[in-house]
Design a protein around this ligand. Structure first.
Ligand SMILES: O=C(O)CCC(=O)C(=O)O
Ligand SMILES: [Fe+2]
Length: 345
């Protein structure tokens, strides 16, 4: 298949029937969990028990929702509106901001697409650092509101990610000082690259055979996701299958990424998830990927290791891990796994 097939999304506006290239068979569309009462934990960050609830959810699920998170609803609404404004542009205009082959920023199909036999019923837009370069291509004279709102979103989501990281460390008996590379913005004035990814899942004529975003884990430490009020996210739980994450007004979904799984020495689960589509509603979601500073080597934290818990993974930088993931996808963690009897060097 031509490499551009995995970059240029379908012109959804002008498709009335699901093409064969986008028809997934049942092996890939395994059904949802049979127990409707099973739900991803919802944690109130204002609760005095927030840290221990987060630890429990991260160990059992690798995902939870948060409320009282401090990000104003008015900002989340504006981010959703700007996201809808972007994806409502004609395909020809969106293609002016297309991601380059091998690149990560701009408009296009999710990069995981090339690891699957069928194409995705979705389109994305990735912002790393400033959104201005690609926003100018989309709106030559009218990009400032988009940029301002996305930058504010990056700032807020980064602050919340740092707060959640501190709570996670605290929940397993660590302080921020135990983690050399963790430098919250109030300590370090040199912000790391802020990665915001906008997803769009147009209404689909045959949702049961389509796939919005195929199963994957995120490569981040943790990911914050705003999914508005249209369901579509599903997380995989062992022995239960795919559990839908019901939108809760104003709340955010937090997923544990591969790097958090690594630094917690396997204690926190990296969450396998996917997004399904529906026949009537155009769904959008906004994901913020929080990771360590680009040049920091991360490895299982010393306090997570003892004679019963050998280090499971070798040190990697985020960049190095993204490269391994971009080449080997779901084999990436296996490739950096140490033998059981390897001692820390
Ligand atoms: O849209 C969603 O619910 C999931 C998005 C996601 O998993 C991602 O952007 O990595
Ligand atoms: Fe994801």
């Amino acid at each position: 298949m031509n490499i551009l097939n995995h970059i240029i999304p379908l012109d959804f506006e002008n498709v009335i029937k699901l093409p064969d290239s986008h028809k997934w068979n049942d092996d890939h569309r395994s059904p949802v969990c049979r127990f409707p009462h099973v739900q991803v934990p919802l944690i109130d960050l204002a609760s005095p028990h927030a840290a221990s609830l987060i630890r429990q959810a991260s160990e059992e699920w690798g995902v939870f929702q948060v409320k009282s998170h401090g990000i104003p609803m008015s900002l989340l609404n504006q981010v959703e509106n700007q996201t809808r404004r972007l994806f409502a542009l004609p395909e020809k205009r969106k293609l002016l901001a297309i991601r380059s082959p091998g690149g990560s920023r701009g408009y296009g199909m999710a990069r995981i697409s090339s690891f699957f036999p069928k194409l995705l019923w979705s389109e994305g837009f990735t912002i790393i650092g400033s959104p201005v370069e690609h926003a100018v291509q989309l709106w030559p004279h009218d990009h400032s509101s988009f940029c301002e709102i996305m930058e504010e979103c990056q700032e807020e989501m980064n602050g919340l990610s740092e707060k959640l990281m501190s709570l996670m460390f605290c929940s397993v008996g660590l302080t921020n000082q135990d983690v050399k590379w963790f430098k919250p913005t109030n300590v370090c004035k040199n912000p790391q690259q802020r990665v915001l990814h906008l997803n769009s899942y147009p209404a689909c004529p045959d949702p049961d055979q389509a796939m919005g975003l195929a199963p994957h884990t995120d490569s981040s430490l943790l990911t914050l996701l705003y999914q508005g009020n249209i369901a579509g996210l599903q997380v995989h739980r062992e022995n239960m299958g795919w559990v839908p994450v019901q939108p809760v007004d104003g709340s955010l979904v937090v997923t544990v990424g591969d790097l958090m799984h690594i630094i917690s020495n396997g204690r926190f689960k990296n969450c396998l998830h996917r997004a399904v589509v529906n026949r009537t509603n155009h769904r959008v979601s906004i994901a913020y990927f929080y990771g360590p500073p680009r040049d920091a080597k991360v490895s299982p934290l010393m306090k997570m290791i003892d004679t019963d818990h050998h280090p499971l993974y070798r040190p990697v930088t985020w960049n190095e891990y993204l490269h391994i993931k971009g080449t080997y996808f779901n084999k990436a963690l296996e490739l950096i796994r140490l033998n059981v009897d390897t001692k820390l060097g």
